[in-house]
Design a protein around this ligand. Sequence first.
Ligand code: G3P
Length: 216
Amino acid sequence: MEPEIFINFKHYDNAVGTNSEKLLTDFKSIKKQNGLYYCMAETDLYLQKSFPGLHIYGQHVDSNGYGAFTGSVSIESLLDLGVKGSLLNHSEKRVDSSIIESVVKKSKELGFKIILCVENLDEAEKYSKLEPAYIAYEPPELIGGDISVSSARPEIIGQAAEICKGRTKLLVGAGVKTKEDVDTSMALGAAGVLIASGIIKNAKPINRLVSLMGNR
Ligand code: G3P
């Protein structure tokens, strides 16, 4: 099975606004876009219309629809931009469980894909029951570091995969940097990875992404 690779642009200065456009222009030169997803800052989601061949996701979404909701990012507005999915409950943007439940429910009604981030196996167990499109397991202490989840916590990936089996697909993230990290995660039962600094903070993001994809 081919890995699904989600690249979280976060709010790094080289990955927002015109810089995010430059990165996407670079990434667009990769021929094989199936299985590659770009998670953009809210302000850059309009770029889906400029890059119709790329799969652009949000970094956060709310359950309300259109209306008097200051500061909201609605599923409806993302769908109108051509954006087909979003992260939710990332470690850097945690939300209450009642919000998680309503966003996942609505996303399924509207055909929108939620990547629901969890920090531990208890959350994986609790939230996989909602059957979001993906559960993304990321140990918070490894996020942004040099030690990958697949080298530091391989056993947890297997356990998370067992929990998600038959309910949803599993992604893993935190410290992912190499093709070996991707291959190990896949061998342990993940469908793919969620990666940020390993690509975005690299001096040559596209080279790192291509090397992480290997010869696939
Ligand atoms: O969303 C991906 C993320 O939290 C992992 O970050 O920098 O460890 O790849 P990083």
